[in-house]
Write a protein that binds this ligand. Structure first.
Ligand code: AMP
Length: 211
């Protein structure tokens, strides 16, 4: 069974890699960031609580994230495995996850900080279909417009410089301790995230194995 966590700093390419791996393995890609952004857009009570934390680049309080994720994991399509992207983000979340759902592997992606900042600050997203672009490395065909549906591309509020700095700091302080947590459990498989998405995917795929 493939019950996988993709771990790594903001901007490392977790979302891109997770969605491709999920397609190939035919299991759901569960991004807590996406679930939270959908809750914010739908103006649900949880979304309203999460919004200011997200825009500032801080973690959303654990009870909110856990509630959203637990509901999603209970859906029938998660019975055959799943890929978690952006969760857990701290040790208490990892411990909470252990009591709701087992894990088979933690794929750990990493990149130098300057590369992460370049990727985050150039990222633009389609608000309609969530397609992701980059001003320098993956520009849309028509500047500022989504290739798929023509919508005007936007910058995520947390991809602005002040929020990027906070997110990287939060990652170092709260998320990197997870690596030790999972190393002690023998789950970590490191993946070099340098290079083109295609190249990274090949390494990631090799790290997943046939399960
Ligand atoms: P991401 O799309 O994974 O970069 O997440 C965007 C933002 O959503 C983060 O900066 C946090 O504010 C929030 N978020 C996503 N996942 C979590 C999580 N597991 N715990 C707390 N906050 C989260």
């Amino acid at each position: 069974m493939h019950r996988i966590v993709l771990l790594g700093p903001p901007g490392v390419g977790k979302g891109t890699q997770a969605s491709r791996l999920a397609r190939e393995l035919a299991i759901p890609h569960l991004s807590t960031g996406d679930l939270l952004r959908a809750a914010v857009a739908a103006r649900t009570p949880l979304g309203r609580e999460a919004e200011a934390h997200m825009a500032a680049g801080r973690l959303v309080p654990d009870p909110i994230v856990l509630k959203i994720l637990e509901e999603r994991l209970a859906a029938p399509d998660c019975r055959g495995g799943y890929i978690l992207d952006g969760f857990p983000r701290n040790v208490p979340q990892a411990i909470a996850l252990e009591s709701i759902a087992p894990l088979d592997a933690v794929l750990s992606l990493d990149l130098p900080e300057a590369t992460l900042i370049g990727r985050l600050s150039g990222r633009r997203v389609c608000p309609t279909c969530q397609a992701v672009y980059h001003l320098a490395t993956l520009p849309p065909k028509v500047p500022g417009r989504c290739d798929k549906d023509g919508a005007e591309l936007v910058q995520r509020p947390d991809d602005r410089p002040e929020a990027i700095a906070t997110r990287l700091q939060v990652y170092h302080e709260q998320t990197t301790p997870l690596l030790d947590h999972y190393r002690q459990r023998g789950l970590v498989r490191p993946v070099d995230a340098r290079g083109a998405p295609e190249e990274v995917y090949r390494r990631l795929r090799a790290g997943v194995g046939s399960g």
